[in-house]
Design a protein around this ligand. Structure first.
Ligand code: GDP
Length: 380
């Protein structure tokens, strides 16, 4: 224990307290509402409904397009929750996400039962060996009875079985919830007692049922990039799960990818240093720790000069962190070239991590300049 204490000075690098969980569902079964509730319960200051849908198109259409991660603290654990799209059109997103987590919450509308996308996302989760928890949502609806819940539960069980689930995966816990009213219960009820009208039972079930990541803190730092965002000030923001080692702000890292000719280096990271203590909101406006906004003009000179490196989304805010260890899902800025599927690693590492195989697109299109001899002669 003493040796461990010296190697990992900060307790928050301990992978044992982490849980990486994907929330998967058919569209409209209540995933976004559920995520809002979880964030609220864990103390996030939610500025608006559908906090996880940060792209304005997502808010407008009420759908999730891109996956996103947010971490919530629950008791002594830290839960990295990944919201995934339920549309088959964005299936590649689901595939990348399930490769990053050890557990999943399968949200099913108790009235509608499992639908096409339930099957699609569940198949991906099972393929990656996850043991999903089943959350029957919208139990508050008058049409949802205990019999209906039992029926849906056995439909989901059959779906698991048809998709080739293992004995272990078939033994899934079931929770009953009304994301809209903000509660989840491990036994069927339509009206939990006042003190239990919250998400505690779901959060406890996640901690109990989802294993902590298997992570090697001693190895060199390596991370597979699973998501990518662009920020006007920070440039490219890469998100992924740290697969081994510890990364600290200022560390020298580089991007790697496997190509036909072997491992290829993408870009040498610039050395970086960071001013700590700044918090960003989801649109990357910038705030001091006490939430006083800093005018953008000032930001340019004072804060943006150093390259910002490590971040984590806590609730709805982006928070800078000084280090992160294996098993954790984090975001980093500083490298401009690596992209999804590439490995970011300590400069001593010259091996790329295996990438996730994505299903081929249903339709692909190529747009180009019209180079036909008839170009410009067609019509008026
Ligand atoms: P998503 O597409 O899975 O993210 O689903 P949303 O969270 O957008 O929910 C779809 C619709 O179902 C919205 O109109 C929600 O208000 C509604 N809804 C979500 N959860 C519940 C619930 O527990 N009970 C009821 N009655 N409606 C819900």
């Amino acid at each position: 224990a003493a040796a461990a204490a010296t190697t990992y000075p900060s307790a928050y690098l301990d992978p044992g307290r982490l849980r990486n969980v994907a929330v998967i569902a058919h569209v409209d079964h209540g995933k976004t509402t559920l995520m809002d509730r979880l964030l609220r319960q864990c103390g996030a200051d939610i500025p608006h409904e559908r906090a996880m849908d940060s792209i304005s198109l997502e808010r407008e259409r009420g759908i999730t397009i891109a996956s996103k991660v947010t971490s919530v603290s629950w008791k002594e654990n830290e839960l990295n929750m990944v919201d995934t799209p339920g549309h088959a059109d964005f299936g590649g997103e689901v595939e990348r996400v399930v490769g990053m987590v050890e557990g999943a919450v399968l949200v099913v509308d108790a009235g509608e039962g499992p639908l096409a996308q339930t099957k699609f996302v569940l198949a991906k989760a099972l393929k990656y060996g996850l043991r999903p928890l089943l959350l029957l949502n919208k139990v508050d609806r008058p049409s949802v009875s205990e019999e209906r819940c039992n029926e849906v539960e056995s439909l989901v069980f059959d779906l698991f079985a048809n998709l080739g689930a293992t004995e272990e995966q078939l033994d899934f816990p079931v929770l009953y919830a009304s994301a809209k009213e903000g509660w989840a219960s491990s036994t069927f009820t339509k009206d939990p007692p006042a003190g239990a009208k919250n998400m505690s039972q779901l959060l406890d079930a996640i901690v109990r049922h989802v294993p902590p990541p298997k992570a090697n803190l001693d190895g060199p730092f390596q991370m597979l990039v699973s998501m990518m965002e662009k920020d006007f000030y920070l440039g490219r923001i890469l998100t992924g799960r740290v697969s081994s080692g510890i990364v600290r702000v200022g560390d020298k890292i580089h991007g790697l990818r496997s190509s036909e000719s072997g491992i290829e280096k993408i870009e040498e990271g610039k050395e970086a240093s960071v001013g700590y203590g700044y918090v960003f909101d989801s649109d990357f406006s910038i705030y001091l720790e006490d939430h006083t906004p800093i005018p953008m003009v000032e930001c340019v000179g004072q804060v943006w000069e150093p390259v910002v490196k490590l971040m984590k989304k806590k609730g709805t805010s982006m928070v800078l962190i000084d280090s992160a260890g294996a098993g954790d899902i984090i975001s980093m800025a500083g490298l401009g070239s690596p992209s999804i599927g590439h490995t970011v690693a300590n400069t001593e590492v010259m091996a790329a991590l295996p990438t996730v195989e994505l299903d081929p697109p249903t339709i692909s299109m190529t747009f180009g300049v019209n180079d036909s001899p008839l170009a410009g002669r067609d019509g008026t």
